[in-house]
Write a protein that binds this ligand. Structure first.
Ligand SMILES: Cc1cc2nc3c(=O)[nH]c(=O)nc-3n(C[C@H](O)[C@H](O)[C@H](O)COP(=O)(O)OP(=O)(O)OC[C@H]3O[C@@H](n4cnc5c(N)ncnc54)[C@H](O)[C@@H]3O)c2cc1C
Length: 404
């Protein structure tokens, strides 16, 4: 039995290893890039947040989020870590539930998977972009690079459109469409949000602990506290990724309120500013020692403290304005950045056409799909890779087990 697997990313490698557990299964793993796991290597800022211990309890989105449940129960984060340990990867779990390789290097995850693919019943075809797939009476034809190969079962693991510089593309959606599968609307998720606030211009690369509250037409939409990253165009980082799914869609007006000192009350900050008001230091040092230097200067300026040279010239109303800029800065959000910058694709191939117990197509027996190509996207913090492992294992083990 020949099992064709398209895409040697996270879910494709998990599927290949699971399918190859049946010694009678011959796996052909097609990868259009020159090496396996290109995107995986870039995950988690090069650290690879490979799972989250809370992933079995939810954190997934799509037309039918419950589609993930059978795969997540069959191969939950605990089973995933055991599997990785068997493959040779030592992991650490942070208090938050996020799991990383002990080496702190995404490369280790890719290497361990790559080395385990070296099996007599797995053939890796690198630099092979599958362009066309076709159903035959007995299986499938897979065409690309001037070659046509046949297989009995086919698993599509091409990933999504997000992160296009790392290999994200429309390929999987198109190949599955050739076999009759439809996709929902695609949009970027886990992505930075642009703002019209000019202050961000000089804040590229600044990180801050921040409480972020998002509003749609003035109504609270979502909020969280955590690491905010400022870019030249907007706000990013884990705290934004956590709460920005679906932000800036629709016709509403979107705003965010930022509290750069969530652990301090306004009175604490006001007392500290009063204490500093006897200082002969220049005004740009007003928030030095409290916030990142560049952030402190921009917020002081945003508060309208202009034309004053020394901190001792700060008036009561100006001190209050600085408190407000630090504790409740209101900015307008304009739009999310595009797919290039997104970590995951919201939307994908319709899950109602697949069996969640096996990942097999309900339209074409012997065809499977897993990972991000399906209409499932997870929260920030290891949820997307956990979905790739769980759905990949499920597709691979079922394709490898069945006899037709
Ligand atoms: C910058 C960045 C950081 C991220 N960090 C994290 C993180 O820390 N934790 C987390 O959980 N998630 C993270 N993600 C999301 C996560 O990487 C993806 O959700 C996950 O890799 C999806 O797995 P997949 O197997 O579905 O797709 P991929 O891993 O993208 O693999 C798909 C593979 O298919 C190949 N392919 C596509 N089309 C074809 C074709 N026609 N023929 C042959 N090969 C093809 C591609 O080249 C690719 O190698 C991050 C994403 C990005 C972009």
């Amino acid at each position: 039995m020949v099992i064709g697997i398209i895409g040697a990313g996270a879910s494709g490698m998990a599927a290949a290893l699971a399918a190859a557990e049946n010694p009678n299964a011959n796996v052909i793993l097609f990868e259009r890039q020159a090496r396996v796991g290109r995107k995986l290597q870039a995950t988690g800022n090069g650290r690879c947040n490979l799972s989250n211990m809370n992933a079995a309890n939810g954190g997934y989105h799509g037309e039918t989020p419950d589609f993930v449940l059978p795969a997540m129960q069959a191969f939950d984060p605990t089973a995933t870590l055991k599997w990785f340990a068997e493959l040779g990867l030592y992991t650490v779990t942070e208090e938050s539930g996020k799991v990383y390789p002990y080496s702190d290097q995404a490369n280790s995850v890719v290497d361990v998977l790559r080395l385990n693919l070296d099996k007599p019943n797995i053939t890796l075809k690198l630099g092979f972009e599958v362009e066309k797939v076709q159903k035959t009476d007995t299986g499938f034809l897979v065409a690309g690079q001037g070659e046509i190969l046949s297989c009995d079962k086919l698993i599509v693991c091409c990933g999504g459109l997000a992160g296009s510089k790392l290999g994200g593309s429309m390929s999987g959606y198109k190949l599955l469409a050739q076999l009759g599968h439809k996709s929902t609307k695609l949009r970027p998720s886990l992505v930075q949000i642009k703002t019209s606030w000019g202050g961000v211009n000089g804040l590229k690369g600044v990180r801050a602990n921040c409480h972020v509250e998002i509003f749609e037409d003035g109504e609270p939409f979502n909020q969280s506290t955590g690491e905010l990253q400022l870019t030249e165009m907007g706000i990013s980082g884990p705290v934004v990724f956590e709460i920005s799914r679906d932000v800036c869609y629709g016709s509403g007006e979107w705003t965010a309120k930022l509290d750069f000192l969530p652990d301090w009350t306004e009175t604490q900050l006001s007392d500290e500013l009063n204490r500093r008001r006897s200082s002969n230091l220049p005004m740009e040092e007003l928030l030095t020692g409290i916030l990142h230097n560049r952030l402190g200067r921009v917020l002081t300026k945003t508060a309208g403290v202009k034309g004053k040279t020394f901190i001792k010239e700060l008036s009561d109303s100006e001190a209050q304005a600085v408190c407000q800029a630090v504790k409740s800065l209101e900015i307008t959000l304009t739009e999310p950045l595009g797919m290039d910058s997104a970590q995951v694709t919201a939307g994908g191939v319709r899950t109602e056409d697949f069996d969640p117990e096996t990942m097999e197509s309900r339209l074409i027996p012997g065809l499977y799909a897993c990972g991000e190509v399906l209409d499932i996207d997870g929260d920030c913090g290891g949820y997307n890779l956990q979905w790739a492992w769980s759905s990949g294992r499920m597709a691979g083990s079922h394709a490898g087990k069945e006899t037709r």
